[in-house]
Design a protein around this ligand. Structure first.
Ligand SMILES: Cc1cc2nc3c(=O)[nH]c(=O)nc-3n(C[C@H](O)[C@H](O)[C@H](O)COP(=O)(O)O)c2cc1C
Length: 195
């Protein structure tokens, strides 16, 4: 590879990060199992203090989304036992908003040098990497938490241990439309040279 080629690849990598956006509306197809495996292998290279690997991920796709949808509606029912059938169905259908849902879980370990926050951040880096790699492959994703990430009903249904935290549901698929304008970011508002 020439130095020039390297520069081009570097620039396209940076452009990709700059262009990435969330896609709330997603449809089939999602990545193939092979594509998804290569994305996940790359994403797991996230920075990780003391190599604790404080994370695990659940892939929910195809008909298995129905079981997740049932947990969503059970959560709504538990929060409000008077919920109408319509509201419950709406919650259930949320599991079908994308072909694939990746549940990101931080597995918090007791460690003298690595506090919980660092482990949460590290797991978040993996999920961010997945979102970027998904975008690089021409797919789209959106990271959601809402009540669902913190619900005891959903945590228990997914088999989340007391020491674990759901950091997000990454909905993955093909964007229905790519026409959302990018939000503006002002460097000056967020970054200063110090002192
Ligand atoms: C930890 C976390 C939780 C989020 N939860 C939700 C959510 O529940 N619902 C939602 O609409 N967006 C949620 N978002 C925001 C979207 O993923 C997305 O970042 C936001 O809509 C901005 O879009 P952009 O990525 O195109 O800039 C969450 C983001 C993060 C990092």
């Amino acid at each position: 590879m020439t130095e020039h080629d390297g520069m081009t690849e570097e620039n396209s990598f940076i452009n990709l990060i700059a262009e990435r956006q969330s896609f709330p509306r997603l449809e089939e197809p999602g990545p193939t199992e092979q594509e998804f495996a290569s994305i996940l292998e790359a994403a797991l290279r996230a920075p990780d203090h003391m190599r604790l690997r404080p994370w695990r991920f659940l892939i929910i796709q195809k008909d298995n989304r129905s079981a997740l949808g049932s947990l969503f509606s059970e959560h709504v029912m538990a929060s409000n036992p008077n919920s109408s059938e319509e509201v419950l169905l709406k919650a259930k259908n949320k599991a079908f908003r994308a072909p694939v849902i990746l549940v990101g879980i931080a597995c918090i370990k007791d460690h003298p040098k690595v506090p919980q926050t660092e482990q949460m951040l590290s797991a978040g880096c993996v999920l961010t990497n997945v979102g970027l790699a998904i975008y690089a492959k021409g797919f789209g994703s959106v990271w959601r938490t809402g009540d669902y990430a913190y619900s005891d009903v959903i945590r228990s249904g997914l088999g989340i241990a007391d020491s674990e935290r759901i950091i997000g549901f990454l909905y993955i698929g093909t964007p229905v439309s790519r026409e959302r304008p990018l939000s503006k970011i002002s460097l000056d508002e967020h970054v200063k040279y110090w002192p």
